[in-house]
Design a protein around this ligand. Structure first.
Ligand SMILES: O=C(CO)[C@H](O)[C@H](O)COP(=O)(O)O
Length: 210
């Protein structure tokens, strides 16, 4: 099981400073969608240059032109790129084909997919690397969490690895770990804490212990 730190509400220098505090406790650093909107793929390039030993995920939430957008993220140095599960199979296939060419990985974000189990089975057959359940910020504000959805995809997915994101904190991490995802994605649960290194270190301990 791996731990991914999601950076969403910071600029590039603040993001790099934040990762310096926790780099030894995380496996993957995510350049979140808001950063890509604000800064472009330069943020991915800057993070990879600053931390060549960490994997960098570009949270592009690709909805169309899968092959082209994966290619651009790969050029910037991304190791993993997100595609939306709500899009069509052609876009996902294009993304997977390009990612394989570039030796990169595709993580499919299932945010707002209505029939999660059915769509997870379909996407699992397309050769993606990860299928991720995700309760977005707007849904979190309405009191939702991704824990039941994680159990649903654990039943449905046979080939891809599974991932979970959306409001995970130190006190809810043990419940997440019980469902045995391959990747746990944490944003505010680390970035919003006073002692980020202490929280990330404890999260890494729990995740490694599985
Ligand atoms: O992709 C995202 C928002 O769209 C976030 O990166 C993801 O939800 C993790 O952040 P948090 O733990 O703060 O919810």
């Amino acid at each position: 099981m791996k731990l991914q730190l999601a950076l969403d509400l910071v600029n590039i220098p603040d993001g790099i400073a934040l990762v310096k505090e926790v780099e030894q406790y995380i496996d993957i650093v995510e350049i979140g969608t808001p950063i890509v909107i604000n800064e472009g793929l330069h943020a991915v390039k800057a993070m990879k240059e600053a931390f060549p030993n960490l994997q960098v995920l570009a949270d592009l939430k690709i909805m169309d032109a899968g092959g082209y957008e994966i290619m651009k993220a790969a050029e910037a140095g991304a190791d993993l790129v997100t595609v939306l599960g709500a899009t069509n199979d052609m876009t996902i296939k294009g993304a997977v084909e390009e990612a394989k060419k570039q030796n990169k990985q595709v993580l499919v974000d299932m945010i707002n997919v209505p029939d999660l189990e059915k769509r997870a089975r379909e996407i699992d057959a397309l050769g993606v690397d990860y299928i991720c359940v995700h309760t977005g910020y707007d849904q979190q504000a309405a009191g939702q969490s991704p824990f039941e959805d994680l159990q649903t995809i654990k039943r449905a997915v046979k080939n891809a690895k599974t991932a979970v994101a959306g409001g995970i904190k130190l006190d809810t991490l043990p419940e997440v770990i019980k469902a045995q995802p391959d990747l746990v994605i944490v944003g505010g649960g680390i970035t919003g804490q006073d002692d980020k290194a202490a929280v990330a270190s404890e999260m890494q301990r729990l995740v490694r212990q599985g």
